[in-house]
Design a protein around this ligand. Structure first.
Ligand code: PLP
Length: 395
C-alpha cells in the first residue's frame, strides 16, 4: 500500500495534502521519494526562515540534545533565559512566556487580557473579520470562519468581531468595556491584507480614550518576515502584548507571548503553564534564528530580495491584467491577488516543481525562506509567467 492510502486509513482527514512524499529538504529545496526537486516558496507555511537543514540550526540542536532535551519547567535552563533576553532586547518588551504554537500564544494572550480586564473592570475582547488566530476554542472565538467553527460551538462570550479596516466599526464597537484588541496588522490567512494608516490612527485615538490593551498577533508577520522584526513597527502605535510563533523555533515548535511588566506580572505562580513550553532544543534553534537575523545581515537580505521579488510580481501584474488583480503583502510575506481562484495556479506550479500556497480563495501566497536569492526568484517568476500565460490564453 502506498503512503497516500496508508495515511488515509490511519490519520484524521483534516488536511488537504499535496500528493507528494518529501524525503529530504535543504535550503530552499524539497526532494520527493521519486527524486524530484522542488523550489520551496511556502517554507513550511512561513516557518523555515533559514531554509531547511540549516547547518547552524542542526549543530545547535545536536549540541543541546547531547546535554539534555526535556527536563521540565521546574528547572532553570540557559537556552530559555538567553532567548528571552534576546527577544526582550529586540522588542522592548519586559517579559516572555514560552509555549509551543501560535494557537497557544492566542490562548495565553487572551487569558492575560482577561486577567488584566478583571483588575480594570473591562471584559470585551475585540478582533476582526478575516483574522486568523488558531484552532483552539479561544482562538476560534475571535474569528468568523464558519468552516473552522461549524458544529463545535458554543464559543466564548465577551468578544466582538468588528469589520477589518472599518473605522466606523471601530467607533461603534470599542468602548469602556473593551479589555483588549487582537490584531494582525497584516492578515495572513485572510489574504495578505494590511491595516490602513487611518484605521491604526483611529485605534490609537480610541486606545488613548478607553485604555484597552493592544495585542499584536505577529505569529506569521513576526521575526523579520516583513523586513522589520515585528510588522506593527511600520505603524505609529505600540502594543502591550505581542505574540510570535511559526519561524522563531527554527523549524521546531515554539510560541512566545511578550508583554510589559505591569501585564506579565498579573500572572502569578501556577496561573499559566505548559509542559513543553520553552523546550531547550526549540530554544537553541531559536537562538540561531535570532543570531542570523539580527547579527548576520539577514534582515538586510530580506529587504533586498523582497524588493526584487516585488518588482517581478509587479511585472507580472502589468503583463497579465486579465488574470492578476493586485500585488499584495510586504517583505517576504507577499503574493498576488488573482481574478481567478488561486488553487489551479498552485497546482500548475507544483507540476513545474514549485511549492506555493492559495489563501482566501483567490490569493497566491508566497512566504519563502529568508535565504532565497535573486536567482531563486528568477526561476520562480519564469515558471509563474508560463503558468499565467496559459491561464491568460484560456480566458
Ligand atoms: N495567528 C496567526 C496570524 C497565524 O497565521 C496562525 C497560523 O497560521 C496562528 C495564529 C496559529 O498558529 P498555529 O498554527 O501554530 O497554532
Amino acid at each position: 500500500m502506498d503512503i497516500i492510502n496508508r495515511e488515509h486509513q490511519s490519520v484524521f482527514q483534516t488536511y488537504k495534502r499535496l500528493d507528494i512524499e518529501i524525503v529530504k529538504a535543504n535550503g530552499v529545496r524539497l526532494y520527493d521519494n521519486k527524486g524530484n526537486e522542488y523550489l520551496d516558496f511556502l517554507g513550511g507555511i512561513a516557518v523555515n526562515l533559514l531554509g531547511h537543514s540549516h547547518p547552524k540550526v542542526i549543530n545547535a540542536i545536536i549540541e543541546q540534545i547531547n546535554k539534555y532535551m526535556h527536563i521540565s519547567n521546574f528547572f532553570y535552563q540557559e537556552p530559555q533565559v538567553k532567548l528571552a533576553e534576546m527577544l526582550k532586547d529586540i522588542t522592548n518588551m519586559d517579559k516572555v512566556f514560552f509555549c509551543n504554537s501560535g494557537s497557544e500564544t492566542t490562548e495565553g494572550a487572551t487569558k492575560l487580557a482577561k486577567k488584566w480586564g478583571s483588575v480594570n473592570n473591562k471584559k470585551d475582547i475585540i478582533s476582526f473579520t478575516g483574522g486568523f488566530h488558531g484552532r483552539t476554542y479561544g482562538a476560534l472565538s475571535l474569528m468568523n470562519k464558519p468552516l473552522y467553527m461549524e458544529g463545535m460551538g458554543p464559543y466564548l462570550g465577551d468578544r466582538k468581531i468588528l469589520e477589518f479596516n472599518s473605522i466606523k466599526s471601530l467607533e461603534n464597537g470599542i468602548d469602556e468595556n473593551t479589555a483588549a484588541v487582537f490584531l494582525e496588522f497584516m492578515q495572513g490567512e485572510g489574504g495578505l491584507k494590511v491595516v490602513s494608516n487611518e484605521f491604526v490612527e483611529k485605534l490609537k485615538e480610541l486606545k488613548k480614550k478607553y485604555g484597552f490593551l493592544l495585542i499584536a498577533d505577529e505569529v506569521q508577520t513576526g521575526v523579520g518576515r516583513t523586513g522589520k522584526f515585528s510588522f506593527y513597527e511600520y505603524f505609529d502605535i505600540e502594543p502591550e502584548i505581542i505574540t510570535i510563533a511559526k519561524g522563531i523555533g527554527g523549524g521546531l515548535p515554539l510560541g512566545v507571548i511578550l508583554a510589559k511588566d505591569n501585564i506579565a506580572n498579573l500572572w502569578t505562580f501556577g496561573q499559566h503553564g505548559t509542559t513543553f513550553g520553552g523546550n531547550s532544543v526549540s530554544c537553541v534553534a531559536g537562538l540561531v534564528v535570532l543570531e542570523e537575523l539580527m547579527n548576520n545581515n539577514l534582515m538586510e537580505h530580506i529587504n533586498l530580495v523582497s524588493s526584487y521579488l516585488n518588482s517581478k510580481l509587479n511585472y507580472l501584474l502589468n503583463k497579465f491584467p486579465n488574470v492578476v488583480n493586485e500585488v499584495r503583502g510586504v517583505g517576504l510575506m507577499t503574493g498576488l491577488e488573482l481574478k481567478m481562484e488561486a488553487r489551479p495556479i498552485v497546482d500548475k506550479l507544483l507540476e513545474m516543481k514549485v511549492v506555493t500556497n492559495a489563501t482566501s480563495v483567490n490569493v497566491l501566497r508566497l512566504v519563502p525562506p529568508y535565504i532565497i536569492t535573486n536567482d531563486d526568484i528568477d526561476e520562480f517568476i519564469s515558471k509563474l509567467e508560463i503558468v499565467l500565460t496559459d491561464f491568460n490564453l484560456s480566458l
